[in-house]
Design a protein around this ligand. Sequence first.
Ligand SMILES: Nc1ncnc2c1ncn2[C@@H]1O[C@H](COP(=O)(O)OP(=O)(O)O)[C@@H](O)[C@H]1O
Ligand SMILES: [Mg+2]
Length: 603
Amino acid sequence: MTTSSYHEEEKLGKAYDHRLMRRLLRYLRPYRVTVVISVALLLIVAGLQLVGPYLTKVAIDNYIAFKNLSGLTEIAVLYLAVLVFQFTVRYIQTYIMQLMGQKAMYDLRMQLFSHLQKMSLSFFDKNPVGRLMTRLTSDVQVLNQMFTEGVVAIFGDIFILIGIVAVMLAVDYRLALVTFVTLPLLILATAIFRKKVRGVYRLVRTRTARLNAFMQEHISGMAVIQLFAQERKILNDFDDVNSSLRQAYLKTVFYYAIFFPVVEVIGAVSLGLIIWYGGGGVLAGSISLGVLVAFIQYAEMFYHPIRDLSEKYNILQSAMASSERIFGLLDTKPSILPPERSVKLETLKGEIEFREVHFAYNQGEPVLEGVSFKIQPGERVAFVGATGAGKSSIISLLCRFYEYQKGEILIDGKDLRRIDPQELRRQMALVLQDVFLFSGDILANIRLGNEEISLEKVKEVSEYVNADQFISSFREGYGEPVGERGSNLSGGQKQLLAFARALVFDPRILILDEATSSVDTETELLIREAVGKLIRGRTSLIIAHRLSTIQDCDKIIVIHKGKVREEGTHGELLRKRGIYYRLYQLQYKDQEVGVREQEPEVR
Ligand SMILES: Nc1ncnc2c1ncn2[C@@H]1O[C@H](COP(=O)(O)OP(=O)(O)O)[C@@H](O)[C@H]1O
Ligand SMILES: [Mg+2]
């Protein structure tokens, strides 16, 4: 597990960052009318809330005191009407607010995912899936919370606070001042709480991230864990991660458990002061009973928004941290951008040339060191070499998955860097040893969502590459669902399916990277025949461990330690008695004893 995968969660941003906020608000721009309406409705709700206690005062002082029942009934009806109105307005406000939040989040998720699709593979090497998932889910959710509960609701809270203070001062300024006596205490408690909880929340976030990373990694690697009977050890590790998260949560629980009672006590003290001072006033006749009762209600109302404000502050702060991470992701430029002025790509002839290509995944660790070769249109070329020699890397560069540092790659004489990668890939097909299947049926997995390709075409192609036989044996044929990782297909079947997938797009350049390696002997014959058909009429690059499969290629290129060391036909290379010869000998021996793969001994 890499520590870097959750390290960035530890950064704690400011609670308010103007630059981030401005950028965030841009997501509300399409819904600004909704925002304005929502704020207006919120102010109405706040105003209506202020009316209730005042009506109580009127009821007591003007009607109960004078035993006026009909007047009291009128007030009661009015009170009810205000409540119903308040309910309706709040309902509408909540609804449109949430609607807007969901729409904005939808936009953001679309933007994030489409951005991810543009990133080159080096990006995914460095960013674990778990982290990217967090960006698209939890971080987006935090922003949603801010939009719906934070930004707008803060207006409501502040408005109602101002409103209560104003009404209190207007009704009875002495009693109002008594009510506010406890205010400094409340502000102090809130400030301390906010500071403490802020630190603990950060802890919760980093530990959640760590737990996610752990889960993601170990669920993916479950087979290995079970195979090597590591369950107990991994469970222990998980226990550590899990309990550290629980501890972080318990800390927040601790602060909340202190803060809320403290606020309540302060509120009770304030209430006591009101009753004591106001009660005295009532007895002395200087304060009416209605005013006293109204103040008790206002005081209760007063404490809610203040408590909420500290909650909002936390929301705002998490939102700043989340938006910083989201924008960080959105601001990461793909290392391979479509060229500004791309050259037009006709139907490819399929000529490929590498000229002194240098490449490293990580700086200072060269993988390819001056690779040069030329492949003629329609040629069948095999790459051989030990594991780690750099064969797959050559393919990755050709597919434009990674940026190379030096040298030139030419396709039909055109600079690869000037070609739009998408256009290029449309005319290329790559079949890997590990076939990736998406959840869906077989048909969808072959044509990859391209509805223009008909079922007939898919069938025809599948027949051609010997895949139809097993597909037709399924109960639902081409409509047979495949699990997310194709668990209901054998390795050989997946391979044949991948061949069909490659062929259905009729590529000009076909690349097989160890596509024939993981196949059971049963299917091997089918596959070999399929490959023979597959490469007909197109430039083909084949990487194979089993040298027997590549003997009749037009050319064999031997890669060793990031360099092209030998080049020629099978016969020529054998006569040369170099690396290829030794590889061949090794395998010839190995095949007898059944071992497939071994590092050749080369000085
Ligand atoms: N995504 C990657 N990030 C960093 N290093 C890599 C990556 N993929 C391959 N390598 C390294 O590059 C070298 C060549 O790998 P590769 O081209 O896959 O070899 P081959 O296909 O010939 O077995 C190896 O040393 C390997 O460890
Ligand atoms: Mg490889």
